[in-house]
Design a protein around this ligand. Structure first.
Ligand SMILES: *Cc1c(COP(=O)(O)O)cnc(C)c1O
Length: 393
């Protein structure tokens, strides 16, 4: 994953704290993956097949959905999931203003109308604002479990009523829970991504649709394979978006370790929380993320709000600290959605977050000294002074 790096020197910066380091995960699974890959190579079964079916059932069970359908990437998973649930032209779909563009892109690719709602103080879809945007044409609301924490699914279900589909964008939240609900196992349909940097990442692109509806399952299986399950039997216009056996093998091996890696992320988040609380006790402009009561956050990203972000970003860059902005613009203010005529001011909270959010390095295996370096650098930049040595040695 390429992330914003700012450096004033011409030489490539030394990077004591990468934004994301997949090395720990890869090293842990490498031997097992090679064994499975050898078996696949000996059979030449590269697309779908038993390795994919095995992963689909493992991942469905893990997520608490009855079916998982492996597809080419998370964006296709969203589009195929929406189409399989019957979303199309004339329908309206509500999405949060702050999400990766793919959430909105999938809605538009289905031919549906994009309706943007604001987020709450925890960056998650605000049920009250959603309620205000429901019309007779509303067919679905996409709960994005942003940064690894589940959106308020129970409240969203309540405010939209039984006739509107609850769709989960679970690309950043594999393993997350909230109030007894599980990421990917809660909505009428869910989509997830196995892009390498996600909590459960392949060695390339991959994604899955999740559902407990037999009808949506069947239709998603058709849509990912040219509109038919059997060769040359095309019942409708679908697409080619199938999961590779090689990627399914990686995912199947990695899935057995996902809870452990999520626990490492959670420990790293707790360490950031403690370090930041100490260093910024008297600096209310620095806002730290929280894990909501009743929620198990899986910390795909650790996002803080900082004053004067350009200066903070430059200082982190100079100190060799990888960081990112997720996302630099809300979906309704992107060039790609300009034709919809949505205005600034439509999602005031998301718009206010846009200029202040900053994602700090977060991955299984990040060390305490790396995190201390991050917080020390943040502190000296934000407050213009060096951290007291009693706080961070
Ligand atoms: C990554 C991501 C997607 C898209 O997944 P791809 O596999 O990259 O297509 C969709 N929504 C969110 C919230 C994401 O983070």
């Amino acid at each position: 994953m390429t992330e914003t790096m700012t450096s004033t020197s011409a030489a490539p910066p030394r990077l004591p704290v990468p934004f994301l380091d997949l090395g720990v995960q890869t090293a842990e699974v490498e031997a097992e993956v090679r064994e499975r890959w050898d078996r696949i190579l000996s059979t030449s079964g590269f697309v779908l097949g038993p390795e994919v079916e095995r992963f689909e059932s493992e991942f469905a069970a893990y997520s608490g959905a009855r079916h998982a359908i492996g597809v080419g990437n998370g964006t296709d998973a969203l589009e195929i999931g929406l189409r399989a649930a019957g979303i199309g032209a004339g329908d309206e779909v509500i999405v949060p203003a702050n999400t990766f563009f793919a959430t909105a892109e999938a809605v538009l690719r289905c031919g549906a109308g994009l309706v943007v709602a604001d987020v709450d103080d925890d960056y998650l879809l605000d049920p009250l604002d959603v309620a205000a945007r429901v019309t007779p044409r509303t067919r679905a609301v996409v709960a994005v479990h942003l940064y690894g924490q589940m959106a308020p699914v129970a409240r969203l279900r309540e405010v939209v009523g039984p006739d509107v589909l609850l769709v989960e964008d679970a690309a950043q939240s594999q393993g997350a829970r909230r109030d007894g609900f599980r990421s990917g196992g809660t909505g009428d349909v869910a989509a997830t991504s196995f892009y390498p940097g996600k909590n459960l990442g392949a060695f390339g692109d991959g994604g899955a649709v999740l559902t407990s509806s037999d009808d949506i399952d069947q239709r998603a299986r058709r849509l990912r394979n040219h509109g038919g399950v059997n060769r040359y039997e095309h019942l409708e216009v679908g697409t080619n978006s199938r999961l590779d056996a090689l990627q399914a093998a990686v995912l199947s091996v990695k899935l057995t370790r996902l809870d452990g890696w999520n626990a490492q992320r959670s420990a790293a988040a707790a360490r950031y929380g403690a370090l930041l609380a100490d260093a910024f006790a008297d600096v209310p402009e620095l806002v730290v993320p929280r894990e909501l009561p009743g929620a198990a956050h899986v910390w795909h990203l650790y996002v803080v709000q900082v004053p004067d972000r350009p200066a903070v970003s430059a200082a982190l860059g100079a100190a060799g600290i990888g960081h990112g902005i997720h996302y630099p613009a809300p979906v309704h203010l992107l060039p790609a959605t300009a034709h919809l005529g949505l205005r600034a001011g439509l999602a005031p909270r998301a718009e206010a977050h846009t200029d202040r959010i900053l994602s700090l390095p977060m991955f299984p295996g990040i060390t305490a000294s790396q995190q201390e370096h991050v917080v020390r650098t943040l502190h000296s930049t934000v407050t213009g002074r060096t951290a007291p040595s009693t706080v961070i040695p």
